[in-house]
Design a protein around this ligand. Structure first.
Ligand code: NDP
Length: 234
């Protein structure tokens, strides 16, 4: 059954792979962007997730064009790495405001229509770093760990209404976000990954479409790693 899907940050990277995977299986897919426009073949809405009015407007446009959002993927996210002693409060807050509060804004706006429909799928894109930690990533790890508590609380609130909330925790995926890592850091990370390689964005997308499907109706509050074994034991 075709669904209406909204992927934040679906204009590039992992979000784009997720949007394309839903589109391939015949769903009606919208992506947010911040001015780049929508990739070919996808419906785009301009939206900065740090602005609740913009999030509301984006949902309203998608609802008018494609129908109520049944599957929302809170994927948009940023890093701003530096060691704890050097991290400013502004750097901490900015990352939290995008990755954690931004996901809250999106999930909250989606949930009212899902409650009315008595069906919904909320999927948060976290990171292996949320539970594993990462040097220089106090802000990022805190934001990504927060998504686990958020999904689990939503599960307790909305679980009886056919609404699931899950977390996908990618390891190191080949996108612009990991392009900025130094070769030395990349080599160090590769040594720790049992799979011995980075993943392609599409490998994350397959976990997301699975969680959104009817076959995953009894999976909620889960953290699904897509990390080549890096975070085993979480
Ligand atoms: P990219 O840097 O390639 O893309 C980030 C996306 O987020 C872009 O679409 C960007 O939009 C969007 N975005 C950032 N800030 C905002 C905002 N305030 N409002 C709306 N959109 C915003 O990242 P990835 O594709 O690599 O990452 C996607 C998600 O996966 C992130 O949440 C990231 O933390 C997570 N992740 C990534 C991993 C990796 O190895 N790459 C590993 C684990 C998790 P714009 O184009 O306008 O800048």
């Amino acid at each position: 059954m075709a669904r209406t899907v909204l992927v934040t940050g679906g204009n590039r990277g992992i979000g784009l792979a997720i949007a394309r995977a839903f589109a391939e299986q015949g769903d009606r897919v919208a992506v947010t962007h911040r001015g780049s426009g929508a990739p070919e073949g996808l419906f785009g809405v301009q939206c900065d997730i740090t602005d609740s009015a913009a999030v509301d407007a984006a949902f309203t446009t998608v609802e008018q064009e494609l129908g109520p959002v049944e599957v929302v993927v809170a994927n948009a996210g940023i890093t701003d790495d530096t060691l704890l002693l050097r991290m400013t409060e502004e750097q901490f807050s900015r990352v939290l405001d995008t990755n954690l509060t931004g996901s809250f804004r999106v999930a909250k706006r989606a949930s009212s229509k899902m409650l009315r429909a008595k069906w919904g799928r909320i999927i948060f894109i976290s990171s292996v770093v949320g539970l594993y930690g990462g040097p220089g990533q106090v802000n990022y790890a805190a934001s990504k760990a927060g998504l686990v508590g958020m999904a689990r609380s939503i599960t307790r609130e909305l679980g009886s209404r056919n609404i699931t909330a899950n977390v996908v925790a990618p390891g190191f995926i080949d996108t612009e976000m990991t392009d900025v890592l130094s070769e030395a850091r990349k080599a160090e990370i590769l040594k720790a990954i049992p799979a011995g390689r980075l993943a392609a964005p599409d490998e994350v997308a397959r976990a997301v479409t699975f969680l959104a499907g009817d076959g995953a109706a009894y999976i909620s509050g889960a953290v699904i790693p897509v990390d080549g074994g890096l975070g085993m034991g979480h």
